[in-house]
Design a protein around this ligand. Structure first.
Ligand SMILES: [Fe+2]
Length: 389
């Protein structure tokens, strides 16, 4: 038995107007100061005013990689506001924080940092609805039931998953992504691409997720360069915004794999933005997995409409196509290009490997590396050498 879980998705130009149809009495907005500064919280307020919402509380202190402590602070303000609608507006960090706060608000006995896949009925949905409005096109957090929190006291990252915490509604309005600068568009777009590829090749892939991952992959290849080149190209923005949400639903109902394990590790050690880190690791992962999923690489190459010349493997062609895309949007192709000196990389190697070995994404990789292979993987990825082992 398996489940397929997704929120109600409202997408397209003017999707934001759906907020006015929700007729909330009291709303609570979770966001960050950057989103407030861009005027995007005002757009949420406009819709709530149209709906006649009486009180609107705002918590704008979510930081990148939000902490358990931040979530606790937001929850206490939320409790004072007693919302029947929570609107989380921002990128992945903000939306994750909103999901965690909602759990603690509706089920006060549950500590957000203890969320796990095996919890019985969390009793969500009785007191409020959670709407996630994405302002980046990458994480798909508006549609997933995963939350990443940092514990500042224990210096740990917590990856929390439970299908009950999926938002009730995902609003995918491309206008909300228009202000994203090119490097954020590129970073987050690579995250969406990595979700699409890994959701398609991981060992928990299934009939319900394959089509979503493949469609998202095609949209990213076609529209990401345009969205990076011109943020006001609203067709490209809309297609990328859709792609990120589609890839989010695809991978969360399958899982991500080794590019996420290696990318998480890189991000934890060197603070590399998530999308840049996983996107950088993706072509090397494809080469490493290689023959273990050759049939799937053939299908992906076909979906990409790239031929596989005689003497090439489909994996090599797919990896090469992704490197060309990354180069076109000014993404680093190897760890050295992140500006990390060799001595710092060497010093961090044990930690990089430990993190990969402990990452839950690794178990669904079609080929699972041992410690020595992970060491080599990172050394090749540092230098920009195609994986040949
Ligand atoms: Fe990701």
């Amino acid at each position: 038995m398996w489940y397929f879980v997704a929120p109600l998705v409202v997408f397209g130009q003017d999707a934001m107007s759906h907020l006015a149809e929700l007729k909330a009495k009291s709303a609570f907005i979770v966001t960050d100061k950057n989103i407030v500064g861009l005027g995007l919280v005002d757009r949420v307020r406009e819709q709530l005013t149209l709906a006649g919402t009486e009180t609107v509380g705002v918590f704008d202190e979510v930081e990148p990689d939000p902490s358990v402590q931040t979530v606790q602070k937001g929850v206490s303000l939320m409790q004072a506001c007693e919302p029947d609608l929570i609107v989380s507006v921002g990128g992945g960090s903000v939306m994750d924080a909103g999901k965690a706060m909602r759990v603690a608000y509706e089920s006060p006995d549950v500590r957000p940092e203890e969320i796990n896949p095996f919890m019985p009925d969390l009793g969500l949905g009785g007191k409020c609805k959670l709407v996630c409005v994405s302002t980046t096109s990458g994480t798909g957090a508006e549609a997933t039931f995963a939350v990443v929190l940092s514990d500042r006291e224990d210096h740990m990252k917590l990856s929390l998953i439970n299908r009950q915490i999926v938002p009730d509604i995902a609003i995918v309005d491309p206008e909300m992504a228009r202000a994203m600068p090119p490097h954020v568009t590129a970073d987050t777009g690579m995250d969406a691409l990595t979700h699409a590829v890994e959701g398609y090749i991981c060992s928990w892939r299934n009939d319900f997720t394959d089509g979503l991952c493949m469609k998202a992959l095609q949209l990213v290849l076609r529209y990401l360069p345009r969205a990076v080149r011109d943020g006001n190209d609203m067709e490209a923005r809309e297609k990328m915004h859709n792609a990120a949400c589609i890839a989010g639903i695809g991978f969360i109902n399958a899982l991500s794999a080794m590019a996420h394990a290696a990318g998480h590790s890189l991000g934890a050690v060197f603070n590399t933005p998530h999308g840049r880190a996983v996107g950088l690791c993706l072509p090397y992962t494809i080469e490493f997995v290689g023959e273990a999923a050759e049939e799937l690489w053939v299908e992906i190459a076909h979906a990409m409409r790239v031929p596989v010349p005689a003497g090439w493997t489909a994996a090599a062609v797919v990896a090469q196509t992704i490197r060309e895309l990354a180069r076109e949007i000014n993404q680093p192709l190897c760890i050295k290009e992140l500006g990390i000196p060799l001595h710092a990389f060497d010093r961090a190697m044990d930690k990089l490997i430990d993190n990969v070995m402990a990452d839950g994404s690794l178990i669904v990789s079609p080929r699972i590396p041992d410690v020595a292979e992970t060491d080599r993987f990172f050394r090749y990825t540092y230098e920009g050498r195609s994986i040949d082992f």
